[in-house]
Design a protein around this ligand. Sequence first.
Ligand SMILES: *Cc1c(COP(=O)(O)O)cnc(C)c1O
Length: 382
Amino acid sequence: MNAALTAFLEKIEERSSQYIGYPVATDFDYSALFPLLQYGLNNVGDPFRDAHTDMHTKSFEREVLRFFAALFHAPEHDWWGYVTNGGSEGNLYGLYLARELYPNGMVYYSEATHYSVQKNIQLLGMQSIVIRCKENGEMDYEDLKETVQMHRHQPVIILANTGTTMTEAKDDIPTIKDILKKFAIKNHYIHCDGALAGTYLALLEKGNFDFRHGADSVAISGHKFIGSPIPCGVVLVKRSYKERIGRPVSYIGNVDTTITGSRNAISPMFLWYAITKMGKNGLLQRAKDGMDLAAYTVHQMQHAGIPAWRNDHALTVLFPQPSERLCHLWQLASENGWSHLICMPGVTKAHIDRFVQDLKEEKEAGALHTSTHGTYDAVLTS
Ligand SMILES: *Cc1c(COP(=O)(O)O)cnc(C)c1O
């Protein structure tokens, strides 16, 4: 048993030094929280009700929620939320609320939307239409306009992206609201999937995606930019909407307002620890460092003759897909002949320099396809 554990630990330690393809921060040290793992803690039920036992971390969870409510400009006396198991659960929750408000609503989401959204829509038995994307991965508002017009008798539920999975494109909520206004659609709901970029864009005060801009709910992933050894996330909604779905349960002395019953009580502690230790300014600095590194990455690749690009205020850098060997070595995600790396906290200049060197060697050996069937040509020349 010990040998198996030791071998596994050695392997992941080594592989974590070449982990640039997926959006998770790796610069954390939560060892101060390790003693918590000796207890069977559980945040079952509503985070704003403490209920029967003391074996929970809800007061910390509420601090985390207050931090994000302020960050996303949630209406001061009309918000609610909880720490989820990740961005997907937050999106499921947002769509669930939207369905309770508008059972007859049509969900619109772009073709670059995270794969879990379609499954969630199916689970909820909702109707939906996929909207085309512009070349950079942002929703094509002309296509949205035409499609909404054809279904203008139905309530509109929009799932807007703040950072698509592949290119980190952002759907602009004010533009979407203008379209709804143009067709006089009164019954609408906008959920923002900020799993990837929501946290750092809000810190940088970039992007049009929070409650101020018209979102009715926002979901983020906690293990991505903040960083957490256990996947987690946060969902925030308008409290007046959520009050339609809670059901009191005497067995837990609480209200069943969340998707799951038992809820992870440790992941709110990771988020609380990171937020408290780094503070808003420390987190902002981390976001700025990531942006600088992403700009550096694009520059270094282009300098080496590799057609790299990124969206505005994105940590994600796209470049032609290298060999299978390099994709595996650096744990890269690829789609349609393109790969990306993501300058999340923990990725350093040294990682980038080593990786660009590897790419250059493939290019010089004639093994890197720099012609990529025209995909992203318009983005590259703009
Ligand atoms: C990661 C991601 C998700 C899913 O979040 P999980 O935390 O993995 O459940 C959803 N949408 C986008 C855009 C993502 O990047």
